[in-house]
Write a new protein. Structure first.
Length: 63
């Protein structure tokens, strides 16, 4: 899974609120924004499938 990077302009007060909420929930601001967007989409009836988590560790050896 790869994430799409883009510039996001936010009101400084909104950014500060997101950072406070993220810190309280032990998330990064980026993860908090993504979670809030997913919640807002769900409330509007838009289903976004959960992405597969990235693969961790070394690749398996081919025998």
């Amino acid at each position: 899974m790869s994430k799409k990077a883009f510039a996001l302009r936010l009101d400084p007060a909104v950014h500060a609120a997101i950072e406070r909420l993220a810190a309280a929930e032990l998330r990064s601001a980026n993860a908090q924004i993504e979670m809030l967007l997913r919640e807002a989409l769900a409330r509007r009836g838009v289903e976004v499938p959960a992405s597969r988590p990235p693969r961790r560790g070394r690749p398996k050896k081919d025998d």
